[in-house]
Design a protein. Structure first.
Length: 276
């Protein structure tokens, strides 16, 4: 009996010794646990910048492309989870769901571009409804995003405006992505977007003034500058009070990002229950 216990101990010790000598942990945000166990040989390749799944180091542009697509995929997953847990709460407590949020869609907007987006949004805000009239709107799929990517000065964006929104009018609570949308710096993946509804809201507040004066309002200029000068990166570095607005993520060598969908979904549930 003692011999078998001794043998088990020796085997366990040998396994632990083997793991300590030859097994390492690396980030893998495509996995639910966020990491992968690899051999020491693959670990050394990862430390050299290799994406192990492709057995090569990706360029900065390739990393940004993968991370950007993964951002939109994870945002979609977050909204599915949010709707599911809120529906489950309502059905459990009230017998049916009262929640009416939709899943965001991606829209290609063709009326403006990187150079004139601010002027376009200000000048095309209806002074009665404080809404935008959209003349050219095309819904696209996440799989189509790569067709519109543009890479310049180590920044990835879109050659035409892309809006992420769950509303019928994409500018309502939408996130607008232009040419300066994604950047890797300080070993973090950053997301930069503008909020068109902020512009219409400030115009409504100052509606009695001439449009030229409204354009020069400090709050409106700040919206413009925060996007164009990449100040959004500094404004929201981690979680804000609204966790789905997160703009900064860890990433692995394949461009998968550490977008935790559970925390913002649970926050939305708490706000749904308690108001806010």
């Amino acid at each position: 009996m003692k011999f078998y216990k001794y043998l088990k101990f020796k085997i366990l010790a040998a396994v632990l010794l083997f793991c300590a000598a030859f097994i390492r942990i690396i980030p893998d945000y495509s996995a639910s646990r966020g990491f992968a166990l690899v051999t020491i040989f693959d670990y050394n390749k990862y430390k050299q910048g290799y994406c192990l799944k492709e057995n090569r180091a990706l360029s900065n542009e390739e990393l940004l492309r993968n991370a950007a697509i993964n951002y939109f995929k994870r945002y979609y997953d977050y909204e599915i989870l949010r709707n599911t847990i809120i529906d489950e709460h309502d059905i459990k407590n009230f017998g049916h769901s009262f929640y009416t949020a939709h899943i965001s869609k991606l829209y290609l907007i063709g009326d403006f571009n990187e150079e004139n987006w601010f002027d376009f949004l200000v000048e095309n805000t209806d002074r009665k409804s404080f809404d935008y009239e959209i003349k050219d709107k095309t819904q696209i799929d996440i799989s189509d995003l790569s067709k519109y990517f543009v890479y310049k000065d180590e920044i990835l964006g879109f050659r035409q405006p892309i809006i992420l929104s769950e509303e019928k009018n994409p500018f309502h609570n939408g996130k607008m992505f232009l040419e300066k949308s994604f950047l890797i710096k300080e070993n973090q993946f950053f997301v930069n977007y503008a909020r068109p509804d902020y512009i219409s809201w400030y115009i409504e507040l100052n509606n009695k003034e001439d449009l030229t004066k409204i354009k020069s309002k400090e709050n409106l200029i700040r919206i413009k500058n925060e996007y164009e000068n990449l100040e959004n990166f500094n404004k929201v570095l981690a979680y804000t009070h609204m966790k789905h607005l997160r703009r900064k993520f860890s990433y692995d060598n394949c461009g998968n990002i550490n977008f935790d969908i559970k925390a913002p979904a649970e926050q939305e549930l708490d706000m749904w229950i308690h108001g806010g």
